[in-house]
Write a protein that binds this ligand. Sequence first.
Ligand code: HPA
Ligand code: ZN
Length: 334
Amino acid sequence: MKTFIDALPKVELHCHIEGTFEPELMFKLAQRNGVDLPYDSIESLREAYQFTRLQDFLDIYYQGMNVLQTEQDFFDLTWKYLEKSHQQNVRHSEIFFDPQGHLPRGVSFSTVVNGISEALKQAQTEFGMTSELIMCFLRHLDEQDAMDTLEAARPYKDLIVGVGLDSSELGHPPSKFERVFTLARAQGYKCVAHAGEEGPSQYVREAIELLQVDRIDHGNNALDDPQLIRELAQTKLPLTVCPLSNTRLCVVDSMEDHPIKKMLDHGLRATVNSDDPAYFGGYMNENYYAIVDSLNLGKEDIITLAKNSIESTFTTQQRKQDLLEELSHYASNH
Ligand code: HPA
Ligand code: ZN
């Protein structure tokens, strides 16, 4: 099964570029930029990656991104992720970035977006790998801050396919950003939101009804509401599920208890993703291995998950068609 997963043509829909920051690169860039890290070695930094909830992780995640300063830094970060993903046969990726993690530090929007975008262009040329960018709003900050960020993105609209909502979920419901999402949608952005990771099923409902999202990021706790399950099964609204993230952040007790199999059984459009692979112990393949091992998934389930991802992309109809054909060819030959 491992070799089947390795060579499977995959699509990733939920990966924070700042969450792909491996300690080796972090130390290298810290030295290049003359930034002091509060860890004396790569090992001691890795040892700090012990989380009992989302906020534990976020504190370390924001600390790590302080190292990123120049366009070259954002290029290097993105390029490492793309090389790794290409090795794992990821054919298309829709990548989150957090402008509000950078703008207040004096790093300009153009530095961030241009650095990331140059790497995406190079991956298309060198690997034939395609991608899209999704700008996330940090939900622990206020509505006006998100509005200002949407405005700052205006000159870069052509490089950004959608907007999302991430950071500390509890106490920051989707309703807080209803007006921002209404504006973003009117400007032509696709909309997604993290919901039901630590927050209740009500947050998933708000994301759907108030933010009118095109996908839900995580969505685990939607399973607490039978009516919501029926609606998700009917609308096929995609869920971008992140198995290793969920166990590392103690959102689920163990991989054996992971809800992704139940989601498939209910007919929900669940997909597999890595979230913050440098922090949670694995990229796309490792996430697939984890659920296959713990939930006894078969090849049919894996193909369903891979197909769900393709059908949930924000790419062109042509690219979607090509990816579906590549998958279908793979499925019939393996
Ligand atoms: N949840 C919320 N915010 C995030 C995450 C996550 O898993 N990763 C990066 N920002
Ligand atoms: Zn996430």
